[in-house]
Design a protein around this ligand. Structure first.
Ligand code: ZN
Length: 285
């Protein structure tokens, strides 16, 4: 099983995680910039963080055979802190870098006017730099947050097919499906989606435009839940090819829109079963 985790915060994880992920078939990841838990007090802290996301972390991932890409943004939570607002002026410098494949995570945390402004400004940057956008949806008041998110996306003029709306669940899936945006699902050990709930949604809505991530970070989370979702799909009767579409080809297609997703020389050989036409996936255990 070859796996591309389209949303994971490796800065918060250990080398043990990289080792286990590589053994489970994870060959590529996208690490969105986000809130580190400890509030940052100046834009300079973001400079060091962004540099690490495009420098040190890809190097660390490479030691385990994992290709690492990043997205940069002023995250929704810190958009409320006036000390962090100057980050918006730093972004153009990073949006030019090859290792950056989208603008994100942007969107809403508490749906304040400050968040409105930062969200719209960063969608405009995505359009200006011809990059996809990764949009976080709030964990509280999900349906309303999602509706407002989609309204702001529509107003920004960015093409829906270049936006992923993330952290969806049964309540928000249909709204986003109908918008034409990509659908992101974070599989967590105890909250948000579980592998079995994800399988139900894939049954109901199909495998197109669906992205499954672990969103593993400094909280309770598990970088192997992408793999667990693939296993649950197979047990539920999905084919190897369906699993490959959701866990590999979909994220490749979405972030490939950046024109910067270099996956050459990766060990992700795929053979096709002459009987079924399904791919026989190699790599991983
Ligand atoms: Zn995240």
């Amino acid at each position: 099983m070859r796996i591309f985790d389209p949303h994971i915060h490796m800065t918060s994880r250990t080398t043990d995680d990289y080792e286990r992920m590589a053994a489970a078939g994870v060959r590529a990841v996208v690490e969105p910039s986000f809130w580190l838990g400890q509030p940052r007090t100046s834009a300079a802290s973001f400079t060091d963080y962004f540099d690490s996301l495009i420098g040190w972390e890809p190097f660390r991932a490479g030691q385990f055979g994992v290709r690492h890409f990043a997205t940069v943004a002023l995250n929704p939570k810190e958009a409320n802190d006036p000390r962090c607002r100057p980050v918006l002026d730093l972004l153009p410098r990073y949006l030019d870098k090859d290792a950056v494949v989208a603008v994100g995570e942007i969107g809403y945390d508490s749906m304040t006017p400050e968040e409105d402004e930062a969200f719209a400004a960063q969608l405009a940057l995505a359009v200006a730099y011809d990059l996809p956008a990764l949009v976080h949806t709030p964990h509280r008041d999900k349906a309303r947050g999602c509706e407002r998110t989609l309204a702001v996306v529509a107003e920004s003029g960015i093409e829906a097919g270049r936006v992923v709306v993330d952290h969806l669940n049964e309540v928000t899936v249909k709204l986003v499906r109908d918008s034409g945006c990509w659908l992101g699902f974070s599989i967590y050990p105890d909250t948000k989606m579980t592998p079995s709930r994800m399988v139900e949604l894939l049954r109901e809505y199909g495998t197109d435009r669906m992205l499954v991530n672990s969103a593993a970070d400094w909280g309770r989370s598990d970088p192997l839940l992408t793999r667990a979702t693939g296993e649950a799909m197979l047990l539920a009767g999905f084919s190897d090819d369906d699993v490959d579409q959701v866990l590999w080809r979909n994220p490749v297609e979405f972030y490939g829109q950046s024109g910067r997703l270099d996956l050459s020389d990766l060990d992700v050989a795929v053979a096709v079963d002459p009987q079924t036409g399904n791919s026989i996936l190699r790599g991983g255990s």
